[in-house]
Structures are given as C-alpha cells and as structure tokens.
Design a protein around this ligand. Structure first.
Ligand SMILES: Cc1cc2nc3c(=O)[nH]c(=O)nc-3n(C[C@H](O)[C@H](O)[C@H](O)COP(=O)(O)OP(=O)(O)OC[C@H]3O[C@@H](n4cnc5c(N)ncnc54)[C@H](O)[C@@H]3O)c2cc1C
Length: 449
C-alpha cells in the first residue's frame, strides 16, 4: 500500500512510456492524471480490432522473450495466456528471389545463398563477437549502449565487418526490415544489439493487442482519453495543463509535476514556454533534434499457399526499397455467409520514400499503390491481395543517430522535478525501451533513481 503524498502529477501521453511512468508515480502515492489524445491507451503499440478475423490480433507488434521489463509485467499482470507464439522465419529478398536466413541456427547463415561463403563466415564471426559482449550491447538501455556509441553508423561499422554485399544482404535487411530507417543514419550500436540479442529468442504477439500492458499500467490513474494537450505553462510553482476535447471546451488544470511522454517534437513544442531552470538547454536541444521515420502498415488478405505462412520477408540490398518488409499470419476469416475460410493476413510496409508519399492519401490509393509491390519481395506471388486494414504512424520510428545514446544519457542525468520526459527516443524504437524510459522518468520524479 502506498501512502498518499498529496502531489498531483500529470502524464501527457498514454503509450508505453507514459503509463510506465504513471505506474511508478501511483505506487509512490501521487495522484496521477493521464492525458491521451487518442480514444484509447497504447500509442504506437495500440492495435486495431476486426471481429471477422480469428484470432483477432491486429497490428502485429511483437514482444520478444529478451524484453526484461515487459516479461516482468506479463508475469505481474498474469498475461501469459494472452501471448501467441510466432515463428521467427526470416527470408531475405533480392529482386523478388527470397531465401531463408534464420537467426536461430548457425547452419542457416552458412547455407544462405545471397552472398559468398567468405561473407557468411564473417557474418557468423561478427555475430559471435557481439553475443560475447551481450551484456554491454544493450540497445534498450542508453546507459549501457552509450559506451559503445562511438559515432560510427551501422553501415560504416557493418562494412568494416564484411563486404558491402555481405552487409547489404545479411545485416542491413534486418535493421531496416524491423525499422524503417537507413543503416547510414543509425548508430552502430543498433546493428550490434540486433546481432547480440536476436538468436534463440521467442517472438510473440498479444491476442488482443499489446495495449493491454498500458491499460494495466494505468490502473489507479485518472485517465482522460480524447484529451489533446495544447498548452503547458508555469505560474509560480504550479504547472498548468490545457487540453482540448472533441466537441467540448478546452480544460485547464494545475499540477505539481509533469511527465511529457509524447513523441519528442510534440514534447518540445508543448514545453516551449517553460523556463531554462525547468527544461535545460541540453534537454531542449535533444528534444528538438530528434528525427522520425514515419510508418505505414498496409494489410491484405491473400489465399493460403500464395506466400509462406508466419514469415518475415524482407528486402535486401543497399538504398531505399519500394517495399521493405511483409509479414504473414494464418487467420480464419468469416465470409459473407459466416463460413470460416483460411487466409493469410499480410502486413506490408513500404520503404521510406513510398511511405512519405503515401501517408495521408485516401486508403483506396494506399491499397492500390502497395498491392503490386508484394511481388517485389516474392516474385512468385500471383494471388489476389484483398485490401484489409491500414494503420498510419506519422511518428513511427525515432532515429537513433550515431552519438545519440551518449546525448540521451546526459539528458537523463539532468532529469528531475518538476518536469521530466519519457519515450522511446531515449533509447531504441521498441516497447521495451519505452517502458524502461517511463520507469526511469517516474523514478526521477520520486527520487528513487
Ligand atoms: C509500425 C510499427 C511497428 C512496431 N513494431 C514493434 C514491435 O514489433 N515490437 C516493439 O517492441 N516495438 C515496435 N514498435 C515500436 C513501439 O511501438 C514504440 O517504440 C513504442 O510503442 C513507443 O512508446 P512511447 O510511449 O514512447 O510513444 P507512443 O506510443 O507514441 O506514445 C505517445 C502517446 O502520446 C499521445 N499524444 C501525443 N500528443 C499528445 C498530446 N498533445 N496530448 C495528449 N496525448 C498526446 C499519443 O497519442 C500516444 O498515445 C513499432 C512501431 C511502429 C511504428
């Protein structure tokens, strides 16, 4: 049981980071209000619901067995039965010709046909070296990762380990298939972390979407959904938060403390009027300098057999690709007569240029532009792609630029009452990193750090 402190804390943003901070603050006895502009918690980890498919699992956010914060929460909230295991089969495509590259078996890289034997051996050697250093290469935790963040990009580092083709067809597709940023733009720590941690891991999705974690984290808070914060001001020692509501007048409330858990550019804008004693220059510069790759998830239903099931099919090769990744899941769909039909649900993620071009267009145009691209990853695909669902994430993936982990650590050290920041932009674009950042922000306010 926590003792009430009488302190009122506002958390702006109800994603993984905001609700993790809220959990800590509630436990410390604070009265917590969460403002969330969407009509549900979860942020980028929020799924969609379509009752005509079974299992319903919407947007395919994955929990990986090495996520330690999330593993702890799954146990605490007894969510083990919500998890559905996925196969981690990865195929890398070279102009539509896709061959398997499993992170789980040493044999798979050895027989991988897109590159020569020398590069396969170099890839294995590089992987073994990263696994040996696993405890230091933690891309969820900037405090650990910063020591290795020596200014090299993932591409510069990768080209030192193997030939250009080796990197472009073995490691680049894994960095860029999971996230939509260029290996030239991200710290080498990101690529090293992937190699160190991926092998032997279990991949899961939550039956009804990962937002269940945020809903449990937020228990005990006063959650204000569909409240978009438009202004934050300081009057004396009070922090005034103004939020707009659809169809209602804006409301302003006063708080003792604040957690900003929105994407960095929004956090920078909302806190622009706060004095330098509250948001220091380095923190402000850090927030303002964060860049994001947007994400567009376009899903289709296709006939079973036209693509491999439960597979990640990822584009290999240098530069941007028309389609960077597609992920396939078996699903049962009810037809118009209510009869069950087995289908594959295919999530397709366009490359960087296509994503920027298609974001915000009418959905028919988005479906029509992406459907023909499926063949660029799997040239034998000849089935019909039936449009199903689209999810847009304008702030998709914060880019962990070379040196950013180091900067993040300095900013984290300066965090303290009355205003703190949390989000995946402190570490890596994963729910695990967002949770860790939120817990740390909570600790920075309560003094538990
Ligand atoms: C397509 C895609 C696939 C991904 N796949 C995976 C995966 O498989 N596994 C994984 O671990 N991670 C994955 N991620 C990354 C993961 O989703 C994010 O790292 C994580 O959810 C970020 O959490 P956050 O709390 O930092 O930010 P967010 O989830 O963005 O939360 C911020 C919240 O602030 C709210 N907000 C913004 N402005 C305001 C305002 N003015 N007032 C009130 N509220 C506001 C937003 O609505 C949002 O709910 C994926 C991301 C994308 C885009």
């Amino acid at each position: 049981m926590s003792t009430r402190t009488g302190k009122r804390t506002a958390v702006i943003g109800g994603g993984m980071a905001g609700t993790a901070a809220a959990k800590k603050l509630i436990a410390s006895g604070r009265d917590v209000v969460i403002y969330e502009s969407a009509d549900g918690l979860g942020g980028r980890a929020r799924s969609w619901k379509r009752p005509e498919i079974e299992p319903q699992v919407g947007i395919n956010l994955m929990y990986v067995s090495f996520y330690s914060q999330m593993t702890r929460l799954i146990k605490e909230y007894a969510l083990e039965n919500e998890l559905m295991k996925l196969s981690s089969d990865i195929y890398i495509s070279d102009h539509g010709q896709a061959v398997p590259l499993s992170p789980d078996s040493a044999l798979s890289p050895l027989t991988y046909r897109h590159v020569g034997l020398r590069d396969r051996l170099r890839f294995l050697r590089t992987t073994v070296n990263q696994v040996r250093n696993k405890s230091r290469i933690d891309f969820f935790d900037p405090i650990k990762a910063a020591q290795l963040d020596d200014g090299l990009s993932a591409a510069e580092w990768g080209y030192q380990q193997m030939s250009r083709r080796g990197f472009d067809y073995m490691l680049r597709p894994q960095v860029e298939g999971f996230w939509n940023f260029a290996s030239e733009d991200v710290s080498s720590v990101h690529a090293r972390g992937l190699l160190a941690w991926m092998g032997g891991s279990g991949f899961y999705v939550f039956r009804d979407g990962m937002q269940i974690i945020t809903e449990r984290n937020a228990r005990g808070a006063d959650v204000r959904l569909a409240h978009e914060v438009t202004d934050v001001r300081m009057t004396g020692t009070e922090l005034e938060v103004t939020a707009g509501r659809a169809g209602g007048d804006p409301v302003t409330e006063s708080f003792d403390e604040l957690v900003l858990a929105t994407p960095a550019p929004i956090a920078a804008k909302l806190t622009a009027s706060l004095p330098a004693e509250v948001v220091g220059d380095e923190t402000r510069q850090f927030l303002e300098s964060q860049r994001y790759e947007p994400a567009l998830s376009v899903s289709f239903l296709v006939d079973v057999g036209t693509l491999p099931s439960e597979a990640h099919i990822v584009a290999g090769g240098p530069g941007d690709q028309p389609l960077r990744n597609m992920i396939t899941y078996p699903r049962t769909v009810r037809d118009e007569q209510g009869r069950p039909v087995d289908k594959l649900l295919v999530f397709a993620y366009p490359g960087r240029e296509n994503t920027r071009r298609l974001l915000g267009l009418p959905q028919e145009e988005q479906f029509a532009a992406v459907a023909p691209l499926l063949k660029t990853l799997w040239s034998d695909f000849s089935g019909e792609a039936e449009p199903f669902q689209i999810a847009e994430r304008p702030y998709g993936f914060p880019i962990p630029a070379p040196g950013r982990y180091r900067q993040a650590v300095r900013v984290m050290e300066q965090q303290g009452s009355p205003v703190v920041f949390a989000g995946d932009y402190f570490n890596s674009p994963t729910t695990e990193a967002a949770l860790l950042s939120g817990f740390r922000a909570g600790d920075a306010l309560t003094g538990a750090r």
